[in-house]
Design a protein around this ligand. Structure first.
Ligand code: ADP
Length: 400
């Protein structure tokens, strides 16, 4: 290499090195972290937390002036400007200042909340001792317990009712057993009492069965999967189960309406519901009358109707007959063997299926109960199913 060439090469390599070093230095390095915004003071955070909390919280100073009320408390309508508008709440604050830790339920009138009356569970807490007795800031913590108290009341009622309902047939059985003992040498009387015993035992058995059904339907057990159920099969099963009682009263049961409907449901539950409606139709109809059961599809629902020309239901009782143990005529319960649970079961079956049950009735003319259950999806709505006609049509084709 000539000295000139060596000089040129040296200059080029040197220049490149200098340029690389300069470039490297020019590349931006890791940025220094931006200073974080200073966290809000603890007091602000605490206030924000209280505001977001679910229970309603109100802070009162020693003179009962509201110094803080969270969103939930304002939503309850208990604070106006800086004052509590419910006198019972002020009493709880006073009790807390006197050294107690009062906890009590307070009813809030509907007008305050802008909806139905509510029940709130209130807990009063003295936050700091004041300069003298009965002074100091107090916190009131309020939880809406309306639904919880309602459920408790229903449960208490239910247990009391069950006790009462079980006592009647059990009492009758023990009296009849005594009577049989006393009449041991009179076969005719023994037979009569024995037949009444069997009637009471049937009633007791039905009551226990229906109680178990009801507790299952009310969520005692998870609801089985809803599958396509043929309405015709449900109706046929229910007619079959009530046939004997109906023919004993010379009541024919006519079936009709649309055939081949398919609903989404649990067949055993639906059969129980329709059986209960048919059994009532038989029970509350005079001998020699007629009963009809039919089905039709209406706006995505199968409507199963049970019509009788029996005694009908007085207007004042119509809205209550679906309650547990409600009977129009309590005194007739032992002669009809009624438990007052049949329609409560029907109502639960309907609601578990996303449906409903309604009644039309006129005293002396008869009643029509309508059970509405969602129809099963048509194959066309189901992307996995082969295209075809409605399920209803497919099923009716499949059955000869
Ligand atoms: P029960 O076991 O007493 O029949 P239900 O819950 O099935 O209980 O019915 C509640 C009440 O509704 C009955 O006691 C009866 O007074 C009235 N009821 C039900 N179905 C009919 C009907 N088809 N006709 C007249 N009254 C009825």
């Amino acid at each position: 290499m000539s000295p000139t060439v060596a000089l040129v090469v040296g200059l080029v390599v040197g220049g490149a090195l200098v340029a690389t070093v300069l470039l490297l230095h020019a590349r931006p390095g890791p940025r220094p972290p931006a200073p974080l915004p200073a966290p809000p003071p603890e007091a602000v955070l605490a206030r924000r937390l209280v505001d977001l909390m679910d229970p309603a919280v109100v802070l009162l100073d020693a003179a009962d002036v509201v110094v803080l009320a969270n969103r939930a408390a304002r939503g309850l309508g208990i604070v106006r400007d800086t004052r509590l508008v419910v006198p019972e709440l002020l009493e709880i604050a006073r009790a807390a200042r006197d050294g107690g830790r009062p906890r009590t339920d307070v009813p809030l009138p509907g007008a305050l909340v802008g909806s139905s009356p509510r029940m709130v569970g209130v807990h009063g807490l003295l936050l700091a001792a004041g300069p003298g007795p009965g002074t100091g800031p107090v916190a009131l913590v309020l939880q809406d317990v309306t639904e919880a108290r309602r459920v408790e009341a229903v449960r208490r009622d239910f247990v009391a009712n069950v006790g009462h309902e079980l006592k009647t047939p059990v009492g009758a059985l023990s009296l009849l057993a005594e009577a049989i003992e006393d009449a041991a040498d009179d076969p005719e009387t023994v037979r009569r009492f024995a037949s009444r015993m069997s009637h009471e035992a049937d009633r007791l058995g039905r009551l226990v069965r229906e109680l178990i059904d009801l507790s299952r339907l009310q969520g005692g057990e998870p609801m089985p999967e809803l599958v396509p159920v043929e309405v015709d099969r449900v109706v046929a099963e229910a007619v079959d189960r009530t046939g004997l009682a109906a023919s004993a009263k010379r009541i024919p049961i006519a079936t009709g309406g649309e055939q081949g409907l398919v609903v989404r449901g649990v067949e055993s539950q639906l059969a129980t519901a329709v059986t209960n409606l048919l059994a009532n139709a038989v029970t509350y109809s005079p001998e020699g009358t007629r009963i009809a059961v039919g089905a039709r599809s209406r706006s995505g629902f199968a409507e199963i109707t049970v019509t009788d020309s029996g005694i009908g239901i007085p207007r004042k009782d119509r809205s209550r007959i679906f309650e547990r143990f409600y009977r129009v005529d309590q005194s007739r319960a032992s002669s009809t063997g009624g438990t007052g649970l049949g329609l409560a079961i029907v109502k639960h079956v309907a609601s578990n299926h996303g449906g409903a049950v309604t009644v039309w009735s006129e005293e002396g003319l008869g009643s029509t109960f309508t059970l509405r259950i969602p129809l099963a999806a048509r194959p066309a709505d189901d992307p996995d199913a082969p295209a075809g006609d409605a399920v209803a049509a497919d099923v009716s084709k499949g059955r000869s």
